[in-house]
Ligand binder design. Structure first.
Ligand SMILES: O=P(O)(O)OC[C@H]1O[C@@H](O)[C@H](O)[C@@H]1O
Length: 170
């Protein structure tokens, strides 16, 4: 597995995550010491361009790098702060970039969240249509309507079954 990594600062959490990622495969890009928009964009480009299978971005909140990464077509970056969120991001959103707060997450929690992300290899096939719709959004301008929009019924029970977590309300 090839993983692109970038963080706009370095601390115990970033070091712990990098160490965990190094055990998973090759960390192909370590972006650092740059502003968060560039970190997000470069990690996103590595993933969208095929240079990496997945990306991990870290910044103070995790939000700035996530937003920047999501501007790159093909990127589905998800901010996660607990393992269940990371599992869901892979399972239901086929997230290919994980965003983490380097300020808020303790190193062991950051690694736990990353582990949940990387230990959920396949998205739920039932979500394939929704995930494909994300790509349809990429070329849309602010004024264009999304013609393929249709409601997708979801079952809280099915979500609960697939993660073992509590059912969620929609
Ligand atoms: O622009 P600076 O102050 O460096 O950073 C602001 C922080 O705001 C957040 O979105 C990012 O996480 C970034 O780390």
């Amino acid at each position: 597995m090839r993983i692109a990594f970038g963080a706009d600062d370095e601390n115990e959490a970033t070091r712990a995550v990098l160490e965990y990622l190094s055990g998973l495969g090759e960390v192909v890009r370590v972006a650092g010491d740059e502003q968060w928009p560039r970190i997000g964009a470069e990690v996103g480009q590595a993933v969208a361009g095929g240079g990496a299978d997945f990306g991990v971005v870290m910044c103070w909140t995790g939000t700035g790098t996530a937003i920047a990464a999501n501007k790159i077509p093909g990127v589905r970056a998800a901010l996660a702060w607990e393992p269940w969120i990371a599992t869901g991001a892979r399972l239901w959103n086929d997230a290919n970039v994980l965003a983490l707060s380097l300020k808020r997450l303790a190193p062991d929690v950051a690694v736990e969240v990353a582990r949940a992300f990387f230990e959920t290899p396949q998205p739920d096939p039932d979500e394939a249509e929704n995930i494909a719709r994300i790509s349809e959004l990429e070329p849309l301008g602010a004024q264009e309507s999304w013609t393929s929009r249709q409601p997708v019924p979801e079952s809280a029970e099915r979500k609960a079954d697939s993660t073992g977590a509590a059912p969620r309300l929609r």
